[in-house]
Write a protein that binds this ligand. Structure first.
Ligand code: SF4
Length: 346
């Protein structure tokens, strides 16, 4: 349902997640954080995963990386990287996948960088952990990678500590560390949330440029639909552990077919509109995943909810090739909804 002719897509797919279920086992019961998620990433593309906090976007990627907290577990499903199943790999092999094949950066670089070691030390150690190279070769690679993420005077900066870098520069260092072993995929989890708008734009431009220059595929996790517009090829919108809608950036911005996507669009400013528009937040709260609803998880917040929405979870309806939405409004017998917002100019 997530798009494309299977045989054609099969050859291009780098990462393929099928029917992933991930839960956290707490004192209060099982929290189904990821509930039947299927998505894929093609070679060389940039994929956005968008949703509110708690929608399961980060947990999906932590499941791929084998980085769930102690009480988290992949209950079922399959994750393949270049055709190799990752979900049952021993931890030692997963360690090699992390860094060598998939690099990940997080929202707050200060918590990921060690304040007592220089930047140069942290990058060279990462390279030497994953590649059999001498310290000198690792240093040369570290300088090269710092330069590729546009850090000025990279040789001098190698000897400095994280606190000597600005927020934007620290995020560039994190991107450098994630890329220093030439992974096929860079997963960026809210990489610009802690930064001001100008620096945000610079980091997104840098990622776009890296994708073009090196062919590294990127998964960008964000709560901000506006962020994906300029950088992503395709988008998966997640809600309450499910994929609500998936499609190209054009599909999602110009022909959205899920009320949750409409809500996200109404809450994002459109810089191309000359007349200022009023932003409308989505009313209500996401459901408690300890007791997920039987029907559509968005129903309590959805102004179009019908009887069937409360009883049965909607399947993914194919809208066009590569575009699908899990909403009964896409059923041929559903009532017509006139006011779906369309984002011209994105
Ligand atoms: Fe709203 Fe029903 Fe669609 Fe869910 S399935 S988003 S409740 S109309």
């Amino acid at each position: 349902m997530n798009g494309g002719t299977e045989s054609a897509q099969g050859a291009k797919k780098l990462l393929d997640i099928q029917n992933l279920h991930t839960s956290f086992f707490t004192h209060f019961g099982e929290v189904k954080a990821v509930d039947d998620v299927s998505l894929y990433l093609d070679r060389g593309e940039t994929l956005g995963i968008v949703g509110e906090s708690g929608s399961g976007k980060s947990v999906t990627m932590l499941s791929v990386m084998g980085l769930l907290s102690e009480n988290g577990r992949v209950v079922s499903g399959s994750v393949t990287l270049s055709g190799r199943e990752l979900s049952n790999l021993p931890e030692r092999e997963m360690e090699s996948v992390r860094g060598n094949e998939i690099g990940m950066i997080f929202q707050d670089p200060m918590t990921s960088l060690d304040p007592v070691f220089t930047i140069g030390h942290q990058i060279t150690e990462t390279i030497m952990k994953h590649k059999s190279v001498s310290r000198e070769e690792a240093k040369a690679r570290a300088i090269e990678i710092l330069s590729s993420v546009m850090i000025p005077s990279p040789s001098r900066r190698m000897g400095q500590y994280p606190h000597e870098f600005s927020g934007g520069m620290r995020q560039r260092v994190m991107i450098a560390i994630a890329l220093c072993c030439d992974p096929d995929i860079l997963i960026a989890d809210e990489p610009t949330t802690a930064l001001d708008v100008t620096i945000q734009a610079q980091i997104l431009d840098l990622m776009k440029d890296l994708n073009k220059r090196t062919g590294t595929s990127i998964i960008l996790i964000t709560h901000d639909l506006g962020v994906v517009a300029g950088i992503c090829d395709r988008v998966n919108v997640m809600y309450a552990g499910h994929i609500a809608e998936s499609g190209t950036v054009r599909d999602i911005f110009h022909m959205p077919r899920h009320p949750y996507t409409w809500g996200l669009l109404k809450s994002v400013p459109n810089p191309k509109r000359i007349v200022k528009e009023r932003l409308v937040p989505i009313k209500g709260q996401p459901p408690d995943l300890l007791k997920p609803p039987a029907g559509c998880a968005f129903a309590p917040r959805c102004e179009y909810a019908m009887k069937i929405c409360l009883a049965k979870r909607p399947p993914a309806f194919d809208i066009a090739e590569g575009h699908a939405a899990s909403c009964y409004l896409n059923h041929p017998d559903a009532p017509r909804v006139p006011d779906a917002p369309v984002r011209a100019g994105v």
